[in-house]
Structures are given as C-alpha cells and as structure tokens.
Design a protein around this ligand. Structure first.
Ligand code: UGA
Length: 440
C-alpha cells in the first residue's frame, strides 16, 4: 500500500517511519524545505529515541521518502494522512485549524484519483465533517473519503507507542475507508491490538477525552500530594495503593510540578472551547486546567521555602528543563514558569539538561548552561530536579554534597530516596512525601 504523510513534525515523522516499518510505502511531505533537506541528509529535526535508525533503515529500503512538494506524494496514494500542527489559537484557546485546511485544499487541488484523507492531527469534533464538505465543494468530480485516526504517541516512547499501541481508533463512514485503515494497521493483528471503528465524531472526541482524562489523573494525584505533605502521608504509596485497584490503574499517578508538553495543555483548552460552543459545561476539565497552571507557580514557593524563604543572590542548580525526559521539547514545560520566577526573585540559575539546551537557550535567557550535572551543582545553594532524566537518578549524592555550597535538594519528581539524600547530608524536599533533615 502507499500513503502520503503531510507534516514531518513529531506525529507525522514518527507515524510515517512506523507505517514504513509495517511495510507500507510512505512519502512524507513538508513545506519547510530545510526540514526535508535535513531529513534527506539523515538528520532528525527532533530528538526521539530510535527514530534516526528507523528512518535510515526504511529510506535505504526505499520505503520512506521525503519531499517538499505534494504532487509526487499524492501519486497513487491509497490514503493521505494530515499530520500538521493544531496549536492553540491566540487569544481564545480554540485549536488553530488553518494548517489542516490549507493542507486539505492542496490535497483537493492535487488529487487525480479517488482516495481516503485521514486526520492524524488532533482536531476538534466536527472537523472531519467540515473536511467532507470542503472536498465536495472543491472536487465534486472526485470521491474523496474522510476518516479520523487520532494518535496516542508519547514523546520519548513514540515509536513503541505506534508499534505496540493499547488500541487504534478509526473514525470512518464507509466500508472502503474501514478496509483501507484495517489494511494499513494489519500487522497489529498479530499482537491482537484492539482496533476500534467508530463514527468520525466519536474518534475525534476519544482523542480529547483521553488526554483530558490523563491530565485529570495527574492533577488529582498532584492535589493529593499537597494533602500528603500536610498530614504526613507519602503520595508514592498512596498512588500505589490506589493504582493497584484495577478500576483506577497505576499509570499516570506520578505527582510532580504539573503537566506540560505540546498536548495536554492545548487539548484540555480546546475541549473546553468545544464544550462551550455546545453549551455543555465541563467543570472537571476546567478545574484541572486552572489547578495545573497554579501548580507551576506553587512550585516556586516550594523551592523558595526550602531555601529558608530567600533566594536573592543565591545560586540554584536546575537539573532538567524539558517537559519530560527523552525529548528536547520545552513546550509548556513547568521550567518555563519556575526558572524565570526564581530569576525574578534574584537567584542565579545554572542548568543541565541532556537534550534541552538548544531550545532552552532561546526560551530561558540569562541562565548558565552546564555540560553535566556536577558542573551545574558546583557552588550551588540548592539543587532543584525538574525533569526525571535517567542520568539524574544515578547522581552520586556524596559527590554532589561535596560540591554544593548549601545542602538543599528539592526533588520535584520524587526521583531520590529521601533517606539516602539525608544520609549524604542533604536537606531533602520532595513532592507529597515527608521532607528530611540532613543526616536524619
Ligand atoms: C501525551 C499522551 O500521553 C499521548 O498519549 C498523546 O498522544 C500525546 O500527549 C498527544 O496528544 O500527542 P506527551 O505529551 O508526549 O503525550 O507526554 P506524557 O508522557 O503524556 O506527559 C505529559 C505531561 O504529564 C508531562 O509534563 C509529564 O511530566 C506529566 N506527567 C505524566 C506527570 O506529571 N505525571 C504522570 O504520572 C504522567
């Protein structure tokens, strides 16, 4: 089979490479010629574990191609996937669909055979229906079918998520669309992946409801963490205790500095706008958005309190600034709120992040970038762990203690063992777990 993937951002590139792994012939299209040139030179525009190898392998096999013009990609394509960005529209929180519709218009103009157009981009309920109307208007001569196939890829484990998903959701209206998508995902039958065929509206809503539910789960445990701190309970154990109940599940119950990234913040807002348009209050999601925003600011107070209420003139080592590990993505990262707030209070910030520097230099002016953790913490009055990169888990706390000026450790991801940190001489503050005095 043959497909075109429009957009070589996170979703498009990973999905394109993974469809090639399924044996499909894939042409990825992106208007940004410099991105295509980069990909053709074997370099990845984003950091994602395993992606470079996967792309190289399928390019070499001739199954994966890149182009900056649409026509060659449309040639003979059974399906055309739209995987362009749908950022938050400035000012009103709605998803900005201008790239989706620009792509759709180009497809309508360029197609010379009946085909299926599939939205992989996260698009609000009703978008598929609008695309159907657009195609009928622009190409009354050609049957262009529409389907919705939302992605559930986590940055950092996107390839695994594509190749071994919990489920695949396909919103379709015709048997032909169903057959095409079933054929594209056929390799997943071997691992008995549930493939759900629904209406287009249902598929579109499943995507938003999934992300909003996960954001709710995280926000729930974050608030429970706050309560744990007051009553002397340990949120890690609470999370385990509730998560072992099969009805709740263990995943996405890690308390931290609040969710970030390119999806949860954007999708929760967009769902709220859709609900508003239809006059349906979604009070839970509304509260989740507000609590999460407030949380990032709360973390600043937590750090300042751990430093005896004063950070002016002090040096803070920040470990990790990306919104989560195994990505270079800084979008909506809690660090973008926390670091500038500490700077505004007069702190000097030194940062180490394994992949975040390139983006971070632009987004976090005035910080000192260090090439490893130990360089960052040298002479620090506090170490603040913001992102749980694996390499931070292995930090030698005794060595760290010998390098800092003040032994204050604020662990916003509960990575370190409080007892071990205390034995190394640190005053330890975690999230939702009892703090520890040094040597206690
Ligand atoms: C998320 C979803 O997990 C994917 O299924 C979805 O496809 C994707 O959005 C999308 O819509 O494109 P992603 O944003 O890459 O993926 O990252 P997550 O791993 O979900 O983490 C999101 C945020 O929640 C991060 O800031 C992370 O640190 C935070 N988080 C996650 C917690 O604070 N606690 C947890 O238990 C889990």
């Amino acid at each position: 089979m043959r497909i075109a993937m429009i957009g070589t951002g996170y979703v498009g590139l990973v999905s394109g490479a993974c469809f090639a792994e399924f044996g499909v012939e894939v042409t990825c299209v992106d208007k940004a010629a410099e991105k295509i040139a980069m990909l053709e030179a074997g370099r990845m525009p984003i950091y994602e574990p395993g992606l470079e190898d996967l792309v190289a392998r399928h390019r070499a096999a001739g199954r994966l191609r890149f182009t900056s013009t649409l026509e060659p990609a449309l040639e003979g394509a059974d399906a055309i996937f739209i995987a362009v960005g749908t950022p938050t529209r400035r000012g009103d929180g709605h998803a900005d669909l201008s790239y989706v519709f620009a792509a759709a218009e180009e497809i309508a103009r360029g197609l010379d055979h009946p085909a299926l157009v599939v939205t992989k981009s996260t698009v609000p309920v009703g978008t598929g229906r609008r695309l159907q109307r657009l195609f009928r208007e622009l190409r009354p001569d050609l049957p262009i079918d529409v389907a919705s196939n939302p992605e559930f890829l986590r940055e950092g484990s996107a390839i695994e998520d594509f190749l071994r998903p919990d489920r695949v959701v396909c919103g379709v209206e015709t048997q032909a669309a169903r057959d095409t998508l079933a054929a594209l995902y056929r390799p997943l039958n071997l691992i008995e992946t549930p493939i759900l065929f629904t209406s287009i509206e249902t598929a579109e809503l499943i995507k938003y409801a999934t992300n909003s539910f996960l954001a709710t789960k995280i926000t729930f445990i974050n608030e429970i963490a706050d309560l744990c701190e007051k009553v002397g309970a340990d949120v890690q154990q609470v999370a385990r205790g509730i998560g072992l109940d099969g009805r709740i599940g263990r995943k996405f119950l890690h308390a931290g500095p609040g969710y970030g990234g390119s999806c949860f913040p954007k999708d929760t807002l967009a769902l709220l706008r859709t609900a508003e348009l239809h006059g349906v209050p979604l009070r839970i999601v509304d509260t989740v958005v507000q609590v999460n925003e407030a949380r990032k600011r709360r973390m600043v107070k937590k750090i300042v309190d751990a430093m005896s209420g004063e950070v002016a003139g002090k040096r803070i080592a920040v470990l990790g600034v990306t919104f989560k590990p195994n990505t270079d993505d800084m979008r909506e990262s809690p660090s973008l709120v926390i670091v500038p707030a500490l700077q505004a209070e007069g702190a000097e910030i030194r940062v180490h992040d394994p992949e975040g520097r390139r983006e971070g230099e632009r987004l976090l002016p005035g910080v000192t970038w260090c090439s490893d953790s130990y360089e960052a913490i040298t002479g620090a009055d506090a170490i603040v762990l913001l992102t749980e990169w694996n390499q931070f888990r292995g930090l030698d706390l005794d060595r760290a203690r010998s390098l800092v000026r003040q032994p204050v450790l604020v662990d916003l991801r509960n990575v370190f063992d409080p007892e071990r940190a205390s034995r190394a001489g640190f005053v330890y503050t975690g999230v939702g777990r009892p703090g520890r005095r040094a040597g206690a």
